[in-house]
Design a protein around this ligand. Sequence first.
Ligand code: PLP
Length: 390
Amino acid sequence: MPYDFGILTDRRNTNSLKWDVGENILPMWVADMDFKTAPEIIKAIQEKVGKGILGYTIVPDDWYQSISSWWERRHNFKIDKEWLIFCTGVVPAISSAVRKMTSVGENVLVQTPVYNIFFNSIVNNGRNIVENKLLYDGKEYSIDFKDLENKLSDPQTTMMILCNPHNPIGKVWDKEVLKRIGELCLKYHVLVLSDEIHCDLTYTQYEYIPFASVSEICEKNSITCIAPTKAFNIAGLQTAAVVIPNEILRHKMNKALNTDEVAEPNAIAIEATIAAFTKGENWLNELRLYLEENIKFVKKFMESELPELYLIPAHATYLLWVDCRPVTKDTSSLCKFLLEETGLYVSNGESYGKAGRGFIRINIACPKERLEDGITRLKKGIKLYQSNLN
Ligand SMILES: Cc1ncc(COP(=O)(O)O)c(C=O)c1O
């Protein structure tokens, strides 16, 4: 079935977080897409709603099966049924894990710049953020392993939140890197929480490797969060899964999720997830091609029209990470300026930690026509900003 990602969907006045903005504002910030989800998912939801009863819901065998076979088929990782627990979201699972698996006052390590909500899960629960800043050589990012080992070796550090693929830099960590992280974490008794929510949005030539699949060490010392929500654009349905091969960790995590009351699905989350992982494959394959074309378009545009900005080469996600430092390090003021002068609403890199200062994040998951509008506004805004500086 051909899918049309070029349709200019209108999300204004739909209670959309992203689109709850003024008439002239073009939102390219929060990570949800302007495409309708797969028709196969809509059909499954409609059938469920059509039955007219939306009572309490169980997690059926088909849910486990749909996830297991997707991961085995697409990511070469066999997930046993008993390793999986339903959760209403990746962030609720992370916060629960922080509460259950670490103590107040301990350190949770993150690799900045990183998805900002990790900071909330740590700080709101009375734990400390420890940053292993990613190294940036002006072209791409890598891990500072010396610093990582140093911080993991602190007995106060008890958990590391890994982001794979990494938001916002769009990097897929390779097997060697994951293996090394796994070994270091085991050595220093640090539990790995791997957030793999963006894993189905890799670009065609890149492969995501599930952290738990890398070695027995990684498998036994990890909690992995996965979900259909980013790839299929159903974040508002609040559905995710936690994968825990280690029986003792699973026992504790199961209790944690139930104590926090985040282990029960709403009436349509299950149907949507099963439809995504059993019938959504063609749609997803086409979506990824569309997103890649969007990225190519932005890259080409920036190289010719905005050479002062540098687009960090990425392997995954529809979130572009752009180095604006030749123009300004003050991306707070730049983002405010772009919004006020052009209506373009992008994310300030500083929200992802101090290491993100001088960068912006742009969500390009929208029809090409809208993207062209956004990128034209970006050009106009940057040129205006520069002329004001001079
Ligand atoms: C890395 C990462 N983790 C988690 C989330 C949110 O997950 P959820 O909506 O399932 O809580 C996002 C959303 O952008 C994300 O980028």
